[in-house]
Every structure is written in structure tokens, then in C-alpha cells.
Write a protein that binds this ligand. Sequence first.
Ligand SMILES: Nc1nc2c(ncn2[C@@H]2O[C@H](COP(=O)(O)OP(=O)(O)OP(=O)(O)O)[C@@H](O)[C@H]2O)c(=O)[nH]1
Ligand SMILES: [Mg+2]
Length: 382
Amino acid sequence: MLKVGIVGKPSSGKSTFFSAATLVDVPRAAYPFTTIKPNVGVSYVSKPCVDRELNVKCKPKNGKCENGMRFIPITLVDVAGLVPDAHLGKGLGNQFLSDLMEASALIHVLDLSGMTNEKGEACEGYDPEKDIEFLEKEIDFWIEGMLEKKWKEIERKSKMGFKLYELLYKQLSGLGMKEELIREIVEEGYEGLYELARRIREKNKPIVLAGNKIDLPSAQENFKRLKKKYDIIPVCAEAELALRRANADGLIRYVPGASGFEYLKEVSGKQKKALEFIKEKILDVYGSTGVQQVLNKVVFESLGYIVVYPVEDRNHFSDKKGNVLPDAYLMERGSTAIDLAYKIHSDIGEKFIAAFDCKKKMKIGREHRLSDGDVIQILTRH
Ligand SMILES: Nc1nc2c(ncn2[C@@H]2O[C@H](COP(=O)(O)OP(=O)(O)OP(=O)(O)O)[C@@H](O)[C@H]2O)c(=O)[nH]1
Ligand SMILES: [Mg+2]
């Protein structure tokens, strides 16, 4: 399953974001290094389901479909806070980032309020822009460290005639890099190991900025200033957590990512006040709490993934048992019919003959590139 990591300095709200996105209950608190061991959970990205377009009602096996939105599972990982000079051993260091090795992209949860310093300690008037800068550097130092460990050996082998990009690719194999991208970087040239690490990070681990704590007035001020320079999504992780919990408890009906919710029961007192606050100060102002938007941006914009629906029965868009549109797969842009076949099962890949585009009602070949929202039947030999 596609993996996305959550990074940021201590106390920025990473675990609150994680909890809101997964509904996994984890410790969250206003002191640094609340999280030490990584939290791993299932979250979902959402896209309008093709069932409306096809005039059918889907029955997902994985994930869910609510209000016409298909929710597709991803793995989310929340780690300890990163501080400046973590690569020199400050805070908890940067070794724990190895928990994010397989993450395809990162979410940087920023505390936009400026009410915590770079170490996550309470303060006032801290500029969150500093966090954007130092965090990227610390991730670069971490990758540099991985290269450094084997650098002598890499240089020796490279002099012996082995291709440098192949050696680098091997050394970073756990990072889920593409050999082609590493080759491009090597061919373009770079100055020193740090620069090489930075280029590798830029090409392989896109970072989406989540401007958290937007409910606080100082965060709103910082957002107005920083949005001119950076692509930041305003987020209130606390609000999303409250809404998802109230939904799970049956108090309200709330579909993640929506701009509103409806009451299902009589709610009063503190709870009603909190929900009304969220409606007036977050949903009505920003259009959502930002959590779902951040997840969707990572997967559909930064990584450019598409959603493809494999089916066995082309006429009913279903599997053999009649479940309509049972699966929705996240696939890399440029994926082909044969890629989909192998993703379903290696056996299906091996027995592939052709595929059928169920929307266009035409046969397609193994190298046919798939598009977002395609409904595909794979034809195999027996
Ligand atoms: N006002 C406000 N506070 C928030 C929001 N999200 C998180 N917080 C608070 O920020 C503090 C830190 O939250 P955590 O989720 O534990 O932060 P973390 O980044 O996981 O912290 P470490 O694990 O220590 O690195 C807690 O007191 C949260 O209640 C938000 O959207 N608004
Ligand atoms: Mg935490």
C-alpha cells in the first residue's frame, strides 16, 4: 500500500493530524517528544467515484464510498519530532527517519501559530517559515548520511567501471527511488554529497506543507503572510479529529473533506459549542479542516497518482460475485494495462492476453496507458 510520512518539529500537531486521519488513538500533548516510536495506521484519499458517471451503485471491498466520494486506503506514518541539527544528534537525532524509508511522500505539519519554538517549546511570535527551511535540510542530511556510510566503497567500485547511478540506486534501495531519476541527477552533475542528497530528496520525496493550528489568530496572521511565498494548505487537525469522532459516535454526519456536517442527535453544552466553533471559524472560512485536502494533494498532485477500477464483468462493472466496482487502485501516472494486471496478481500478469476498457467499450493492449477513472477488465488465458 502507498505509504505517506508525517514530519515536523515537536508539538506541531503531527500525532493529532495522524489521529484525525486514521482514527487511531495515539498520545498527543503540548510537550516535545510525546511521540518516540512511530505510529502506523490506515488513512484514505478521496476522489469522486465513477459509479455516478456509470449510473451504478458501487460496493467497495477495500475502502468505502460516501456521498459519491470513493475513499482509497493508504498507509500513514507519524514519527518523532525533528529539530534543527538533528543530524548532529540534537533532540532524538535523525535516525528515526528510517521509519519513513518507504514513504513515497511527506506531509510537513507546521505549527502556524508561532506559539512553539523550533524545539517545540511554548513561546510567542516564533516565525514558522524557519521550520520550512530547517526541516528540508535535516531530511537532506539524513539522506547524505546514508550515502556517506558507503561512499568509499561506491567511489572504489565506480573507478572499477561500475556505473555510479546503479551503485547509488542500490545504496538507497530502501527509499523506493527510481533508478531513472538517480541516473538523471548523476548525468546533470552535482557538487558534493549534500547537493546530491538534496537533489535526490527533491525528485523522490515530495513534501506537502500542512499549516496547522489555523484556529488560532496568530496562525491566521502567519498564513496570510506565508501563503504568498509557499503553497500551504490551512489545517486544523484538532477540528478534524473532533468531527471524525463525533461522526463515529453517531452525533453528526460528517464526510472527511466536506465543508459542513449535519446533526443526527440533539447535542448540547460544551460539545455543541465546540462543533459550532468549528463550523463558524474553520469550515465556513476555509471550506474544510484541510486534513483530507492535504492527503489528496500528496497523492493526486505531488505524486500524480491516478485511480483505476479493475472489474471481472465488463457489462455490470463488477467482480464475479456481482459486487459493483469492488476495487479502486492507486497507480502511478503512465501505468499500463499490464502493470494493472500484475498489481491485481502476478498470476493475472503472467496470463495476460489483452484488456478491455469498459467505459469506451474497446479492447486495449498490454502497453496501453491507463487514465484516471478507467474501469478495466483484464483478459487472461486459462
Ligand atoms: N489550537 C490547536 N492546537 C492543536 C492543533 N493540532 C494539535 N494541537 C495541539 O498541539 C499539541 C501537540 O500536538 P501533538 O499532536 O502531540 O504534536 P506532535 O507534533 O505529534 O508532537 P511530538 O510527538 O512531541 O513531536 C497538543 O497540545 C495538541 O492539542 C490544532 O489544530 N489547533
Ligand atoms: Mg507526536
